[in-house]
Design a protein around this ligand. Sequence first.
Ligand SMILES: [Zn+2]
Length: 346
Amino acid sequence: MTVLNVAGQEIPSRIISPDLIIKGGMIVTMVEDQGPIMEGNIFVTDGRITDTRGESETDNIHGSHAEIINAEDAIIMPGLINGHTHAAMTLFRGLADDLPLKQWLFEKIFPAEAKFLNQDTVYWGALLGCLEMIASGTTCFIDGYFFQDETVRAAHDSGLRALISQGVIDFPAPGVEDPEKNLVVAKEFIERWLGISDLIMPGIFCHSPLTCSEQTLKDAWEISQQFDLPLQIHLSETSDEVNEILKKTGKRPVHYLDQIGLINDGLIAAHAVHLDDREIECLKENGAKVVHVPESNMKLGSGVARVLDMVRLGIPIGLGTDGCSSNNNLDLFQEMDTAAKLSKVF
Ligand SMILES: [Zn+2]
């Protein structure tokens, strides 16, 4: 009988000796044009998948010493990637509902962060976030926050893969009382964690083009370049932000960031709600990445991103939950459901 590997290629019948067998689940390989393998078995040796076979294809397997996980009635699929979150914000779940972004952020979230965030609370908040992500199928997340050594520790303790970025904002911030030092702190954070783990990558997260000065943005980009790391930012989240940037710089946010060198393939821009055609083309031409966060945009009444226009143009789009406080959970299956439905009515 023909046996296919995860790429859909025929493999010869041969003897294999796995140390782990995941048995009997529906395997979703994500290989284009290949349907799920029903009642499939996955064979793992030294932490790597070496084979996948149907239930009747297990003749030549020497697996008597293998650990066996029974996956009957389960789906086996690649882990999900949460493209934008602030894991420790599980602490602020449901703290302030039914408010627009500016009021929510400046009147509720920033004061709560100033009062409650410290190394201890960030560790436990991030660990809760990691557990919540694991429970809903996420194995990798992209995070931007403060006291990020603790988010690294939580990700490490939970076994998740992550890009964890130190938050940069030109106000006094948790753990960074003097905004003059925000990039010094960020650079030291990168130096502390770069290369220390296969699973954790450090980086910088600029809060937004409004809350970071032009010089801060340029310097953050330069440091990211120096270490060959991506730079994260919240971009064009609300129409107010667009209007304020227009007033301040004479340009819409994407063109302003492009002028100072940030729109390129190292940029991961979350939200990207209020973009005109030329801004979308600029993102595409320069290879910038976008993360769609529909539930956060809905909760804060920010608007609906033109995600289908961006997908059709070929801009790489990820999906994220944003922090728990603007969602109020970290469930990517729910986010997929919302994204699919929202795109049909917009
Ligand atoms: Zn965010």
